[in-house]
Design a protein around this ligand. Structure first.
Ligand SMILES: [Zn+2]
Length: 182
């Protein structure tokens, strides 16, 4: 049987290690914390933010997430939709500069269940850079320490790429880049 490579069908976002039982939404919580680099939040716009996906590891795999909590894409306000779309465009530009992929997969899991994904109650778009031959590369990178170091490096490259964009404000490398997209 042919295996379809679809990394957005499986996703995992690090939960709070101190409170593993916390039921709250990570997409609501992570951008509120005061540790963007640690939490892999790399850029923010008015209504959305960009978060690196850490497992499965694929260099530069990010999620573009509206700030408002909710699982229904069609319920998002026009302001949020536009800001989210603009941030996706900026994210592709930043990835072009930071990790130079050959292609992209961009997609959402809506409604959970057969759509896959593990967080159905907060809309998010996966942006996955693709490289010639990356399906062969993927299984090689399974060492957790290697992945953690690699993801910090990707964070820094991507942070730099966002910081170089029009309307960007970057205070330091530990804090997500603020983007004015209007
Ligand atoms: Zn949420």
């Amino acid at each position: 049987m042919e295996q379809v490579f679809a990394p957005w069908r499986i996703e995992w976002v690090r939960r709070d290690e101190k409170n593993p039982d916390v039921e709250s939404c990570v997409f609501c919580e992570l951008p509120e914390r005061d540790a963007d680099r640690e939490n892999l939040v790399v850029a923010r716009s008015t209504h959305a933010f960009v978060l690196l996906n850490n497992a499965p590891y694929n260099p530069g795999h990010v999620m573009v997430v509206p700030r408002v909590h909710g699982g229904a894409y069609e319920a998002l306000d026009d302001d949020v939709l536009l800001d989210h779309a603009r941030l996706k465009r900026r994210t592709i530009r930043a990835l072009d500069a930071a990790v130079e992929p050959h292609a992209y997969n961009v997609g959402m899991n809506l409604g959970g269940g057969p759509a896959g994904g593990s967080i159905a109650d907060h809309v998010h778009t996966h942006v996955v850079p693709r490289y010639e031959g990356d399906t062969n590369f993927m299984p090689v990178v399974s060492d957790t320490k290697v992945v953690v170091e690699a993801i910090r490096e990707t964070y820094d490259h991507l942070h730099e790429a966002f910081a170089a964009q029009e309307g960007a404000t970057a205070t330091d490398g530990e804090t997500a880049v603020d983007l004015d997209l209007d």
